[in-house]
Write a protein that binds this ligand. Structure first.
Ligand code: ADP
Ligand code: ADP
Length: 217
């Protein structure tokens, strides 16, 4: 699904965000990436999205080398990847349903079809009955569920999450991770970056550890 081959990312003049990082994530895997703040986790995710290009080495997504991807094919790559951030990035003046349905608009689905699929996705993340609420009317855990619904409504093969539980209390964080487990069980590959070890302890998932840009495990 994703392969890093000796990837180095430099930010001039003197930051080595990633230092000769190599690893693969297989289709269907659920992998955690951890390490302290500044270790390179977000940089690694941005390279998979081709928001950044490596200074050296190559990133492959579904076998394709991203440095050779033509700019006009980048949106297509990103449509195949769902992204979830710590701060949700929901549109506050749109309902939960509209936030999710908007992710489908670019696909040329009819409005009716889009609404139907968005509703089904909100239901799948446990938000049945909340579809007409605006983000400020929802709790933190509910807002993050809307963001997850938005990320998965296109049925991406790969889900990237960057500190997705960062603003949630431990119980809600646990619920969100359980939701990721369910998505993974239904076939979505997941890469979840977090500095919070309690999210993966006792989960028996592969954990990649970054320290100052180096993969140390
Ligand atoms: P993490 O997500 O693990 O906190 P980051 O990938 O955000 O780590 O950052 C890794 C290093 O790269 C840090 O030293 C950070 O300051 C630096 N960095 C990240 N993005 C940029 C950028 N766009 N320009 C310059 N330095 C950056
Ligand atoms: P564009 O579509 O213009 O290329 P980007 O993909 O660079 O936009 O992302 C827009 C914003 O979202 C930027 O501020 C970027 O740092 C942030 N961003 C993108 N991908 C991630 C990620 N995986 N984790 C954290 N922040 C991200």
């Amino acid at each position: 699904m994703v392969r890093f081959e000796e990837v180095t990312k430099l930010y001039p003049p003197d930051i080595t965000a990633l230092d000769r990082v190599s690893f693969s994530v297989e289709r269907g895997e659920f992998v955690f990436i951890t390490g302290p703040s500044g270790a390179g986790k977000t940089t690694l995710l941005n390279l998979i999205l081709r928001s950044e290009l490596p200074s050296q080495g190559e990133v492959y997504v579904e076998g394709r080398p991203l440095s050779r991807l033509k700019p006009r094919h980048v949106p297509g790559l990103r449509r195949r990847i769902g992204i979830i951030f710590q701060d949700f990035k929901l549109l506050v003046d749109r309902t939960a349903l509209e936030n999710v349905a908007l992710a489908l608009e670019v696909q040329g689905l009819s409005l009716r079809e889009g609404r139907h699929r968005a509703l089904a996705t909100l239901e799948a993340v446990g938000l049945k009955g909340k579809e007409n609420k605006y983000p400020p009317q929802l709790s933190g855990g509910e807002r993050q569920r809307v963001a997850i619904a938005r990320a998965i409504v296109n049925r991406p093969a790969l889900l990237l999450a960057d500190e997705p539980t960062g603003n949630l209390d431990p119980r809600l964080a646990e619920e969100i991770i359980e939701l990721f487990e369910e998505l993974n069980a239904r076939g979505t590959s997941i890469i979840l970056a977090t500095h919070n070890q309690s999210l993966f302890i006792e989960r028996h998932r592969r954990v990649l550890v970054l320290d100052s840009g180096r993969l140390i495990n």
